[in-house]
Design a protein around this ligand. Sequence first.
Ligand SMILES: Nc1ncnc2c1ncn2[C@@H]1O[C@H](COP(=O)(O)OP(=O)(O)OP(=O)(O)O)[C@@H](O)[C@H]1O
Ligand SMILES: [Mg+2]
Length: 447
Amino acid sequence: MNKATILVVDDERGIRQSFNMALKDEYHVLLAGTGEKAIDIFQKNPIDLILLDILLPDIDGIDLLKKLKHTDPNTEIIMVTAVNDLQTAVMAIKLGAYEYIIKPFIVDDVLTVIGRALEKRRLVRQVAYLRNELERYQPFEKMIGKDKKMRSIFELISTVSQSDGTVLIQGKSGTGKELVARAIHNLSPRKSQPFVVINCAAIPPTLMESELFGYNKGAFTGAASTNMGKLEIADKGTVFFDDIDSLDINMQAKLLRIIQEKEFQRLGNTRLIKADLRFVAASNKDISDLILHGEFREDLFYRLNVFPIKLPPLRERMGDIPLLLNHFFKLYAKKSGRPQKTVSEKALKVLMEYDWPGNVREVQNIVERLCTIKQNSVIQFKDVATLIISKKKITDSSLKEAVSSFEKQYIAEVLEMVNGNRKKASEKLGIHRNTLLSKIHEYDPHI
Ligand SMILES: Nc1ncnc2c1ncn2[C@@H]1O[C@H](COP(=O)(O)OP(=O)(O)OP(=O)(O)O)[C@@H](O)[C@H]1O
Ligand SMILES: [Mg+2]
C-alpha cells in the first residue's frame, strides 16, 4: 500500500527532527523550515496532511493556512502551537484546520490525531466515489455467455485485467461494453479502488475539463466551491471513458497527454496533481472510420488500443440467447420476489429467429416487459410474437415484408388461440378456409 505523505512545517530544526523520527516509519515525511519552502513543496508534491507551526519567521501561520486550504481544501492541516497561543489555534480550526496540537507534544497523541485526519480524508474521497457510483448503479453485473467468441473475450478480460495497459472496447450498442469495463476493473489489483465512468456523450465539451480535472473556487463564473475532478477521484483505480468517439477533438489531445503523463491541474490552480490511473475506453462506432474523416486523433487511438476488445453483436452468438433469457428471468424474479418465469419451446423459437438489433440490452428489456405485463408463468408464443412483430415492422426494409411478417405471426397466434382448429381460425380471421390453408402452406410448407 502507498504511504500517505505528510509535510512538517516548523522553523525549529529540533521539532522538525522529532516529528520526522515519530512519523517516518509509517508515513512519507517532507520537511520545511519556512512558509515559502512549504508552499514550494506543496505545489510540487501530492500531500495528504500538513503539520503546520503557527509561528513562522516569514509568513503568518494563519495566512499560510488560508493559502494552503484555498489551493487544496482536501489536504488536512493540523496546527502546531504553544500553550500561550490557543486563541489563534481556535481561529485556525474555524478556517478549516482539522485540529491543533500543543508543544511539547506526546508522540502517541500526535499519531492518533494524524490517523483520524487521514481517515477523514479517505472517507471524503470514498463519499465522492460512492456518489458517482450511485448515479450509475447497475444491478446486473454477471457476464453470461458460452459461445466460443464470448469465451475468448472472457479469457482476454482476465489477461488484460492483470496489467495496467489501456483497453479499447468496441461493439454495437447493448453488447455489454460497460460490463466488460467493470469486469476488467473488478478482476484487477485495483478492484478495491474507484471505478469512475466519464460519459463522453453526455458531458458537454465546455464542461468536460472541469468534470475531469476539477476546479478551484472562483476558477470560473459559477465555481462557488472547490471540486475534485473525476480523475482525482479515480486515483489508484480505473477511469472508464464511455463513448470515447464523442470526445471533442481538443480534449482528445489533452487526454492523450494525461494518459502519458498521469498528471494534471485543477482549473484555476497551478498545482500539479498526480494520479495513478488505469484507462479503459469504449465506443460503438468504427474508430478507424472516424480517423479517416479527421474526427478522431490517430495517436490517441493507438494509445488506447493497446488491448483491443471487440464485442460481437448478439446475432453472431445466438446460442447464448437461452442462457441470457434465463439469466434475466432469474434476476427479475429476485428483484420482484415473484417466481421465475420460463419460455415455451415455440416462444423460444421466435426469439431465436429474431435478429436483436438492440443486442443484450434488448433481451433484458423484453424480459422485463414480459415479466411486468404477463401473469402466466410460462411465456407463450403469442406473448413474445406481439412484442417482436411490432419491432420487426420498424426494422424490416420493405412494406411488403413487414405486412407478410405480421400476417404470418397473426395467423399463428390465432391458430394457437383456437388450438389449431383451422375452421374456427378462418372464421376469426374473416377469410375463406382455403385461403387460410394456402397461407399456412406459404409460410410454413412443412405443415
Ligand atoms: N454477456 C452479458 N451477460 C449478462 N448481461 C449482459 C451481458 N452483456 C450485456 N449485459 C447487460 O445488458 C445491458 C447492456 O450492457 P452494457 O450497458 O454493458 O452495453 P453497452 O455496450 O455499454 O451499450 P451502449 O453502447 O448502448 O452503452 C446491461 O444491463 C448489461 O448488464
Ligand atoms: Mg455503454
